[in-house]
Write a protein that binds this ligand. Structure first.
Ligand SMILES: Cc1cc2nc3c(=O)[nH]c(=O)nc-3n(C[C@H](O)[C@H](O)[C@H](O)COP(=O)(O)OP(=O)(O)OC[C@H]3O[C@@H](n4cnc5c(N)ncnc54)[C@H](O)[C@@H]3O)c2cc1C
Length: 416
């Protein structure tokens, strides 16, 4: 086995760095014991977790005004709209790790509802007149961060799937996506996995083409050299697949998804501010930053906030002044010391943050890459069944199932 990695480092979208005077995650941060595959690795490698802080004060923008309360009050306001957004999750996802199970149920009416729920935007359910603008704006901010993209184009099915993975409870969903992180960071996992490998990782090695057939596959590298093998597992995310040519070409539907991209056009930013400020803040579409939250209180009387927004082209992640202006929309006296982040959307080897489906892509998206009929396979979070796209858990899930599938195939060939 050979691992070919375009970057000069391992980890991909998990990347722990020392920045702003603290250990920070440029990509993946939060983990949970209800994400079974990452939890196995956390256990295997003796890693430990701790919680992100709960904020003292919550701010939210709605109707051009800043509202203020506690984090609990903010959560309470979200409950009613979120219950509506989650509607149908029990019917649609009886087995959350088999997200398309319903399509084989034979229940035509349910299948029709399921297909319809993949269309439109995630907030459409709130536009029946029964929800206030404040509720819509809060849900808009929450899901702009959650999809890390525009809510208007975000498939409503993903939110319902997340609910099913969280026992249909908003509190558990929040806990799974934004509460517990690793002492020492994600590198504790990816470095430990790399150290256990019984093969080399060839860094700064770019794959440009994959030829694939029923009995083997060949990759071509950027320097023109070729490597023949029994099988090739491509783990590049959708946003980086456009750099690769496949022969034979991928099915037209899959190519269309590559061209369209997922909904996750957003960003994550770290913002260091003066003073110890314990806050969480939400803003709806139209504001570049949808969500900020205090994460670390430093000894030099500064606080590091984490932030998310739907469009990486609407912000300069390292421009102190413009970011200060943006966060002062909530609290005018906040003073930014420094900011940092990695522009994953502009990164050739990712082209996106965590994969979230646009309208129609929950049914015609990730699943199109799961069966090629040849010795080309796709693995990675983008194609996972459980925590599809979103978390490291899905990357490990598909790593296991894809490798196992090939091992079984090789064994069957040997026996035959
Ligand atoms: C900002 C951000 C925040 C996130 N937050 C969380 C979180 O809190 N918790 C969580 O669990 N997950 C989170 N995620 C998601 C998580 O990081 C990903 O789901 C997971 O890391 C994906 O792993 P992967 O192996 O599928 O893909 P990647 O990690 O993207 O790995 C793919 C690898 O392929 C390489 N590659 C691409 N193209 C080529 C090529 N042509 N030739 C050779 N190599 C190539 C890339 O360099 C990369 O190393 C976050 C992601 C981002 C970006």
């Amino acid at each position: 086995m050979t691992i070919l990695e375009a970057r000069d480092r391992i980890g991909g979208r998990a990347w722990t760095e020392e920045r702003l005077g603290h250990t920070l995650e440029m990509g993946a941060t939060w983990v949970h014991w209800m994400q079974p595959f990452i939890w196995t690795e956390i256990t295997r490698y003796g890693q430990t977790i701790y919680p992100s802080p709960v904020a003292d004060t919550a701010y939210w923008l709605s109707g051009g005004e800043v509202h203020q309360g506690t984090e609990a009050e903010l959560d309470a306001k979200l409950e009613r709209p979120q219950a509506k957004i989650f509607e149908g999750s029990r019917d649609f996802f009886p087995y959350p790790h088999e997200p398309l199970h319903i399509l084989d149920s034979g229940d035509d009416a349910l299948i029709e509802r399921f297909r319809a729920a993949d269309q439109g935007g995630v907030l459409d359910a709130l536009r029946d007149g029964g929800f206030s603008q404040e509720e819509i704006d809060l849900a808009d901010a929450y899901w702009s961060a959650g999809y890390n993209g525009y809510t208007a184009t975000a498939s409503p099915l993903m939110a319902k799937h997340w609910a099913s993975l969280s026992d249909h409870r908003l509190g558990l969903l929040d806990e799974q996506t934004l509460r517990f992180k690793l002492h020492g960071g994600m590198r504790g996992i990816y470095e430990a996995i790399a150290a256990d490998l019984r093969t080399d990782i060839r860094l700064s090695t770019v794959v440009t083409a994959v030829e694939h057939g029923a009995h083997g596959a060949t990759v071509t590298l950027e320097d023109g050299s070729r490597i023949e093998s029994d099988a090739v597992i491509v783990t590049a995310p959708l946003g980086a697949l456009g750099n690769l040519s496949f022969s034979p070409a991928l099915p037209e539907k899959a190519q269309a998804v590559i061209e369209e991209g997922w909904d996750c056009t957003g960003f994550k930013i770290w913002i260091k501010i003066r003073g110890h400020r314990s806050l969480i803040a939400y803003a709806p579409t139209g504001h570049p930053i949808a969500l900020i939250r205090s994460e670390y209180f430093l000894d030099d009387d500064t606080t590091i906030l984490v932030g998310f927004g739907p469009d990486h082209t609407k912000i300069d992640l390292k421009d102190r002044d413009s970011v200060e202006e943006l966060i002062r929309q909530w609290v005018p006296d906040l003073e930014v010391v420094e900011t940092t982040g990695h522009d994953w959307g502009a990164d050739r080897w990712s082209g996106q943050t965590w994969a979230t489906p646009r309208s129609g892509q929950f049914l015609e998206g990730w699943s199109l890459f799961r069966d090629t009929g040849t010795r080309l396979r796709f693995a990675g979070a983008d194609w996972a069944k459980g925590w599809n796209g979103v978390v490291v858990d899905g990357a490990i899930e598909t790593g296991i199932t894809t490798a196992r599938g090939l091992i079984e195939e090789f064994r069957a060939t040997e026996e035959g």
